[in-house]
Design a protein around this ligand. Structure first.
Ligand code: SAH
Length: 242
């Protein structure tokens, strides 16, 4: 009797370990992350803070990364790609200055996390991903989590998504060596774009672009960042990811 009790306890313990800390209190971890690494670091847009408090980041990372979901770091999501650092997601969202009437284009769907953070705030999010399995997984995940106002398209986001343009705001979550002109064209007058610019993995600068009501463009440097590169229409299947 005693032996079988110990055995049952061991099995339960092992199951908890294997299933990746299934009983972790993610909500408490999320609140701590938002307070310590986002609000205390200067993000003060209530819409952004509330959105970051709502979106379950642990559901956007692979099973073996769930324990790290509420560290303020980027995490691998497969195919050599990463889900961005939460602080960077927050500051980019705040920079766009969006609200409930806005239609936003995101380039680089990845896990779908940034799209979900935007979708909590705006009317509609259109997002483009070049790696087909990542795009399909993100689409399924977003639907399962109830994000009805996000549409995922598989393709080269350098060219944007003309069909639904012009956009109130555009966010690019992969680094390009220049700001793609098609994206500038697809931005509304009075709209904002946020994009990391620079060589792959080397010092890159997060840029904020504003198009005024006359269609004139101004660009500011915001902060140094490190994003995965915006790849072009190369065949990603040829790349040797483990
Ligand atoms: N926003 C994502 C993280 C972005 S990682 C999230 O919240 O998880 C950058 C993503 O951009 C990767 O998934 C990468 O495959 C994608 N990407 C790179 N080049 C692209 C391009 N030309 N068009 C669309 N997506 C691209």
């Amino acid at each position: 009797m005693k032996k079988s009790f110990i055995l049952v306890c061991c099995v339960i313990f092992l199951l908890v370990i294997i299933t990746g800390n299934g009983y972790a209190d993610y909500e408490a971890q999320r609140r701590r992350l938002v307070k310590n690494h986002i609000e205390n670091e200067g993000i003060d847009d209530r819409l952004v803070l509330d959105s970051m408090l709502s979106v379950p980041r642990e559901k956007f990372v692979p099973q073996d990364q769930k324990r790290q979901a509420y560290l303020n770091v980027p995490l691998p999501i497969g195919y050599g790609q990463t889900i961005s650092q939460p602080y960077i997601v927050a500051i980019m969202t705040q920079l766009l200055n969006v609200n409930e009437d806005d239609v936003v284009l995101e380039i680089g769907t990845g896990s779908g996390y940034q799209a979900a953070v935007l979708a909590e705030i705006v009317k509609e999010v259109y997002t483009v991903e070049i790696i087909e399995p990542l795009g399909i997984a993100a689409k399924t995940r977003l639907k399962r989590l109830g994000y009805e106002n996000v549409e995922v398209h598989i393709g080269d986001g350098y060219f944007g998504w003309k069909e639904h343009s012009p956009y109130d705001a555009i966010m690019v979550t992969a680094a390009a060596d220049h700001i793609p002109p098609p994206l500038i064209r697809q931005l509304k007058n009075g709209g904002r774009m946020c994009i990391p610019v620079g060589p792959p993995y080397f010092p890159q600068v997060l840029k904020l672009l504003e198009k005024n009501e006359k269609g004139e463009v101004r660009i500011w440097d915001v902060l140094p960042v490190r994003f995965v590169p915006l790849t072009r229409a190369v065949d990603w299947k040829d790349k040797a990811w483990e």
